[in-house]
Design a protein around this ligand. Structure first.
Ligand code: WAQ
Ligand code: MG
Length: 238
């Protein structure tokens, strides 16, 4: 069955306010467009003066992949979180501690760092922006009641992204924490370890935040194309 990508972005005076993306069946397209418009107008960051909704038919089949299973680490403070993340990365790269330092040192990136597992070098073409993962949605979002999806949580969004990311063979692991000063739980994820939630990755009130992908490839062009463009629907955990 043909599916459609629906993307929304809103801005005011040329600066970005919010964005959203869904992959849905044709009959859901009108409701999803309406819901995105409503959400864009109600966004806490302010009233947009421009809302763009783009609907694109997806050519061919969309890959369905399972969600990573969720686990929880117990970390009392950022020092324990650092240890948990470095322990998780250590079997995959000799540069695990450098990956942590790099991730916790960047600011205001829109995308993710690509971190070469063998050398610790950065592979993303634009270091200020990073690589942005798009073209994914929760498979449960398709169906009779698109409005049930509108309350999707931060964890669901992160799990969908992490599951798409982990699925690529050149991807060894991901580490993420939000730049939202009030949200201090991050995660480390991979095909082997699943999605491990890591509390207290940063102190409350900190504006640090970012994403880092530990990769095993010398030429990331195919990987970047997959992350940016290959449509993926993420189903229930296996
Ligand atoms: N692709 C790549 N990188 C991204 C993307 C994307 N689509 N969206 C955000 N980033 C990067 C960017 O550098 C942000 O600063 C950083 O990730 C954090 O983004 O289970 O909310 O959207 O409770 O603030 C984790 C939930 C929530 C953990 C992460 O990230 C849990 C979150 P945010
Ligand atoms: Mg954020």
């Amino acid at each position: 069955m043909a599916l459609f990508s629906v993307k929304m972005r809103s801005s005011a005076l040329g600066s970005h306010i919010s964005g959203a993306e869904r992959i849905v069946e044709e009959r859901e397209v009108p409701d999803v467009c309406a819901a995105m418009g409503t959400r864009a107008l109600a966004h806490g960051k302010g009233k947009p003066d421009s809302i763009t909704v783009t609907v694109t038919a997806i050519d061919g089949e969309v890959a369905h992949i399972p969600a990573l299973p969720i686990r929880e680490a117990h970390c009392a403070d950022p020092a324990e979180a650092r240890e948990t993340v470095i322990d998780a990365l250590a079997p995959l790269t000799p540069h695990a501690a450098e990956a942590w330092e790099l991730l916790t040192g960047v600011r205001d990136m829109r995308g993710a760092i690509l971190f070469h597992a063998t050398t610790g070098a950065r592979l993303e073409p634009d270091h200020a922006r990073g690589v942005r993962v798009t073209s994914m949605d929760a498979a449960t979002a398709t169906g009779e009641r698109p409005e049930t999806h509108s309350g999707k949580t931060r964890v669901t969004d992160a799990l969908v992204l992490a599951s798409k990311v982990a699925h690529h063979p050149a991807m060894l692991a991901e580490v993420c924490f939000s730049d939202d000063p009030d949200y201090t739980t991050g995660y480390v994820a991979s095909r082997e370890m699943g999605y491990l939630r890591v509390p207290n990755m940063k102190p409350v009130g900190s504006e640090m935040g970012g994403r880092l992908f530990v990769v095993d490839t010398d030429d990331p062009a195919d990987l970047i194309d997959y992350l940016e463009h290959t449509p993926v629907l993420v189903g229930e955990a296996k």
